[in-house]
Design a protein around this ligand. Sequence first.
Ligand code: ATP
Length: 241
Amino acid sequence: MSTLLELRGVETGYHGVPVVHDLDLTVGEGEVVALLGANGAGKTTVLNTIAGLVPRTGGSLSVLGAPVSSRQRGAQRRTLDVVRRGVGYVPEDRALFYDLTAIENVRLAAARRDRAAVAAALDLFPALAPLTGRAAGLLSGGEQQMLAVARALAARPRLLMIDEMSLGLAPIIAERLLASIRKIADDTGTGILLVEQQVGAVLRVADRAYLLRRGRVVVEGRAADLRARPDLLASSYLGSG
Ligand code: ATP
């Protein structure tokens, strides 16, 4: 299994104030990795740093085996660089084009004439099939979330990052989406880094997990092992661990 994403000693933050400290994190081919932690722990900051939206102030970042320079200035350049390497990102606000139809959103993300990628991405979410002609803004929260993931997949990412996929979703829909994520990783070898508040549900599909507290990893390991230690997770979330 090759390593798609590798962070070593990464420090990042805002306006010179570090928010994430000394972060080591990896995602391998076909792996689903969960990034957990209480509100404000730094999870979104980590994803935004990998995506180049937030500049990193220390440590090293390597995407698909090649280092990403921290000297590159400007979020636009940094983000283009990682996207071109094959990184997909579904941000927390989904960032859909709400006036365009569902299928237009997915087509926009795919390379020109890559109809197979559009079809394969939509096939994963049969619930979207009758809705492809509807404006994205008129879809329900769950449908929009499926569309955001389908759109990211249409670009055939090697590494996909998803922030708070289950936010606002009924538990059964969230579980179905998580099962689809597992299948994507298994079928295509895409590495997936998931920020998720539904800890129990995500640990059932993930291979490994990292738990951040105040910007530091306090627990990491195999998801199966962490599932067996709810006490450890609870104390880390609540601050006594
Ligand atoms: P949540 O689960 O609530 O989304 P999170 O773990 O994703 O939280 P982050 O959004 O990464 O946490 O925030 C980590 C810390 O960085 C918080 O203290 C937050 O206030 C701060 N922060 C986030 N964005 C900015 C910003 N643009 N400018 C300054 N501080 C920020």
